[in-house]
Design a protein around this ligand. Sequence first.
Ligand SMILES: [Zn+2]
Length: 210
Amino acid sequence: MDTLNWGKKFEEAGALWRMNYDNLRGAHAELTSDKHSDGYCNCAKIVENPALVAAVAQALIEKLTPSFEGTPPDYVVGPAYGAITFAHEVAKQLGTKFAFTEIEYVDGKKTQVLKRFDIKAGQTALIIEDVKTTGGSAQSTISVLAEKGVTILPEVGLLLNWSGEATLGNYKAVALVDAKMNVWEPADCPLCKQGSKAVRPKGSWDTLAR
Ligand SMILES: [Zn+2]
């Protein structure tokens, strides 16, 4: 299944919205950060549908398998919370182990730590993330594993890559959907300037411009 179809599938599931620039009378998204954007995703709409999660994992495995070179990783690891469900399903389908890193605030800075799983130096890990905006969570997961001597596979699997970049640090970002999302401060938002209204996507999904 190609990238275009996954974008459509996510849209149909209510998990993904992208601004239709031909319809500026429709609304655009106001993020929880108060910034405005021409894209929005709500992966809970995928997570709540286990059959869709299984299909997503299968598609990711098809895209990522060439990077395994015939040897599946020892672990599939995702950062909490968004990627846990997907990393687990990928591990299940690959017949490998699963782990997750979790959020911790170190010196007031949000980071990912490996708490519950004993992944050893020399073991290999495939990183799965749900959405890449800045890629911070996945990068943090990679760092914590690399510090333990775990070998990270060269391709990171993503459901959605919002960043417009084909890499995540030194790793290749392999996504089911690549879609550049723009984010603006409200005062700088070109969509507001063109008369589109900003709304919180949750609860007002139907008013977003299509
Ligand atoms: Zn705006």
